[in-house]
Design a protein around this ligand. Structure first.
Ligand SMILES: NC(=O)c1ccc[n+]([C@@H]2O[C@H](COP(=O)([O-])OP(=O)(O)OC[C@H]3O[C@@H](n4cnc5c(N)ncnc54)[C@H](OP(=O)(O)O)[C@@H]3O)[C@@H](O)[C@H]2O)c1
Length: 332
């Protein structure tokens, strides 16, 4: 086993698994932090991981509680790079205050303190979110960029979206305060993605697709409607993974946006255009997801890294294709 040079947290997740595959493909020796060691067997035996045939390049460390002080002390030992995804998304099954808000902040601050004590660390990349700097209600005439900031929101929180947003705002502000107070020797990058959609590399069944944020997109093309509006902003999972990997390069620091303005209901027009037979057969039916307009501009990322973000059409096409493939409804 070559000694790990990159720690990835949240590798069981939608974005983290994509990043894990990219990192292994790029030759990093990865230590993946998991909540329970049983998850390491699931990851190590996943067909996508096995197809890489790099068993010596992936090891695991158990971190049962990311909110505990010194939670990551063992996990960071000896690594040069850290990509920190682990944190809860909004979920009706979690307590907004203790299950969403607090772990979003404490998971980042415990990582910062563990990294500060470990001299080998050169770079920490944290997955933040556009939710860290979109004010509610957003003003669509005001441009938001990766550099926009909001003050911490007063809690406690009793609903999931405000708790998530406050957690991401708090984590970003706490990171910047930590840098001022501690002047760490390592560089820190915050990546701010919009809603992440695209081919889910983890998914082996059609139900698996809904375990990531594709669950926001699928209802719009499978006949389910909601009246709860969501802020605009979408990113392809492969662009989000690419930006995390590019952020490891020497000299890259600060905050990086990965998002493009979208209207969720455009998903239906895209599916009608790209999958007319499946629409005619009733496999795809029209749903509705209202969009709150947000003027978030991440073009600087495309310029600095020299590539164009995938479009909302690319995201919808991937999600619809994977749905057809896994539900056995794809035409030969
Ligand atoms: N998906 C999006 O649209 C989006 C957009 C912007 C930012 N982000 C951020 O990107 C990161 C990854 O998101 P994702 O879409 O990949 O989410 P995901 O599929 O739900 O994965 C979340 C990952 O974090 C871990 N995790 C969640 N709560 C945890 C806790 N309390 N303690 C320890 N580990 C925990 C999960 O581990 P288990 O497998 O053990 O649950 C999983 O590995 C998060 O920080 C999220 O806020 C996501």
């Amino acid at each position: 086993m070559s000694s790990p040079n990159l720690l990835i947290t949240g590798a069981t997740g939608f974005i983290g698994f994509h990043v894990l595959l990219s990192a292994l493909e790029q030759g990093y020796s990865v230590r993946a932090a998991v909540r329970s060691i049983s998850q390491s067997e699931t990851l190590a035996s996943h067909p996508k991981i096995k197809s890489l045939a790099l068993p010596d390049m992936l090891s695991f460390v158990e971190v049962p509680d990311i909110c505990r002080e010194h939670a990551y002390d063992e996990a960071v030992k000896g690594v040069s790079y850290i990509i920190h995804h682990a944190s809860p998304l909004p979920s009706p099954f979690l307590d907004p205050q203790t299950g969403i808000y607090e772990p979003n902040i404490k998971g980042v601050t415990t990582m910062l303190h563990s990294a500060l004590e470990e001299k080998s660390v050169k770079k920490l990349v944290i997955t933040s979110s556009v939710f860290a700097n979109i004010p509610f209600p957003p003003d669509p005439t005001e441009e938001i960029t990766a550099e926009s900031r909001l003050p911490d929101l007063p809690g406690p929180f009793d609903s999931m979206l405000p708790a998530y947003s406050a957690g991401k705002i708090g984590a970003l502000n706490a990171t910047e305060k930590f840098v001022k107070d501690n002047r760490p020797a390592f560089d820190i990058v915050n990546v701010l993605p919009g809603f992440v959609f695209g081919w889910d590399d983890r998914a082996l069944t059609v139900q698996d697709i809904t375990s990531g944020t594709n669950r926001v997109l699928l209802p719009i093309i499978t006949g389910q409607s909601t009246h709860n509006p969501m802020p605009a902003g979408a990113a392809h999972v492969s662009d989000v993974a690419k930006v995390h990997m590019l952020a490891l390069r020497e000299g890259v620091t600060g905050s990086i946006g990965v998002t493009s303005v979208n209207a969720f209901d455009d998903a239906w027009e895209i599916v009608k255009k790209k999958f007319p037979e499946a629409v005619a057969e009733g496999v795809f039916t029209q749903g509705h997801q209202p969009t709150i307009p947000v003027n978030w501009n991440a073009h600087k990322t495309e310029v600095e890294f020299g590539f164009k973000f995938k479009t909302f059409e690319d995201m919808v096409t991937d999600v619809a294709s994977q749905y057809l493939e896994l539900s056995g409804k794809e035409k030969a």
